[in-house]
Design a protein around this ligand. Structure first.
Ligand SMILES: [Zn+2]
Length: 393
């Protein structure tokens, strides 16, 4: 998933940055949160000036002073050169996905004309939320350098911890209602007829097919019952049919990497206000999933970064990045066709792998991470924001 391309040249160490010790990242509970902050303090690296993190901090401060959004900044570096630098622009752009890291990933991809940033590293003033870590996975970033932790952000009212806690909960316990198994047979049919699936490993036989079988198919998770068939059937099937049609349109146009059959729509008061299919290839934008595109389109129509009282219909369970976008957009409910496990079985395992990445200890993740880089300087951005009476958006 996030493997670095072998041909990708290593940076020539233009600047030696002292390697920081990762904090103990068992930080999913209240009690461990404090431990993590303590670890951050113990390992803080104020004395170790890092020019790239400094650029991220400068952008964050610029955003705070211009009242662009929350006190977060990021930059992306390739071979010792900054190729993108941005800060939070959610309220300014009226777009709930415009976190500093997402902006940077989009900018860097535009600058380098690619959706693959496996030669690049991300510097971010604060621990990425699940949406942004998922985006880093989609972009295949090599490494993430992090300033302060989500616990530091929480001290100033930015509690991304909530989103991490939501990910740990089963679907039926989450704050946003998940209605599963909507027209799952029809959505499955779209996957079955996908050309990508036909050329995938599973149909090739041999050892790879066997491994694939073990990874994704020796699992009853793709049976209709586990897909939640029968649950949440109070919504109208017509909306899911509309999402399927969007997915088929996307597949026909071939604007995604592999003609993935993913489609999503946003509905309010019986009217579709946004629709989207995967356009990663067309836009050179690894964040351009069906759900993110549908949400951004709906926000344009509604002229707001909040989609309260809106509901999203998606052919497939959202990946972590798209789920993060759904949470940040404050959608009321998600109606899901089939699970990520089913998508994986049909040759699209990324979403499932991204969930596994977030469940995995930081030291074992596909993307390497460095913590507490100029942590005090990064926390100072929050202090400036507070001093200027910045508002929680
Ligand atoms: Zn984020």
């Amino acid at each position: 998933m996030a493997a670095v391309a072998e041909s990708c040249p290593q940076p020539e160490d233009p600047i030696v940055v002292k390697k920081q010790q990762s904090p103990d990242m068992t930080i999913r509970s209240e009690s461990t949160a404090e431990t993590s902050v303590d670890a951050a303090s113990a390992n803080h690296s104020t004395e170790d000036f890092n020019p790239f993190m400094n650029a991220a901090i400068s952008s964050a401060l610029a955003g705070v002073h211009q009242e662009h959004g929350g006190p977060f900044g990021a930059c992306i570096v390739k071979n010792g050169v900054i190729v993108a630098c941005s800060h939070n622009m959610v309220p300014t752009n009226l777009d709930p996905t415009c976190h500093a890291e997402m902006n940077c990933i989009r900018q860097a991809c535009k600058a380098l004309s690619t959706h693959d940033l496996s030669c690049c590293e991300l510097y971010t003033t604060c621990e990425p939320c699940p949406m942004c870590w998922g985006a880093a996975n989609w972009a295949r970033l090599r490494k993430i350098h992090i300033g302060c932790t989500r616990q530091t952000a929480a001290k100033y009212g930015f509690d991304d911890e909530f989103f991490y806690q939501e990910l740990d909960l089963p679907h039926d316990k989450r704050a946003i209602k998940h209605m599963k198994g909507i027209m799952s047979d029809q959505v499955r049919k779209v996957f079955e007829e996908s050309h990508t699936y036909k050329k995938r490993l599973r149909s090739g036989g041999g050892i790879l097919a066997k491994i694939y079988q073990q990874m994704f198919l020796d699992d009853d998770s793709i049976t209709p019952s586990d897909d939640g068939k029968g649950q949440g059937m109070t919504c109208t099937d017509e909306w899911m049919q509309a999402a399927i049609e969007v997915a088929l349109e996307g597949q026909r146009k071939g604007e995604s990497k592999e003609r993935e059959p993913f489609g999503a729509i946003v509905v309010k008061d019986g009217v579709i206000v946004g629709r989207g299919y995967n356009t990663v290839l067309r836009d050179d934008d690894p964040t351009a999933t069906a759900e993110v595109n549908a949400i951004r389109a709906a926000c344009k129509v509604e002229n707001s970064y909040k989609l309260v009282d809106h509901e999203l219909y998606t052919t497939t369970e959202p990946d972590p990045m798209s789920l993060g976008a759904i949470y940040w957009a404050r959608l009321n409910a998600i109606h899901i066709g089939v699970s990520q496990k089913l998508a994986a079985a049909f040759g699209h395992p990324d979403g499932l792998l991204h969930y596994k990445e977030l469940e995995t200890d930081f030291k074992e993740r596909a993307i390497e991470s460095e913590w507490n880089v100029m942590a005090d300087g990064c926390e100072n951005v929050f202090k400036s924001w507070k001093k200027l009476q910045g508002i929680l958006y």
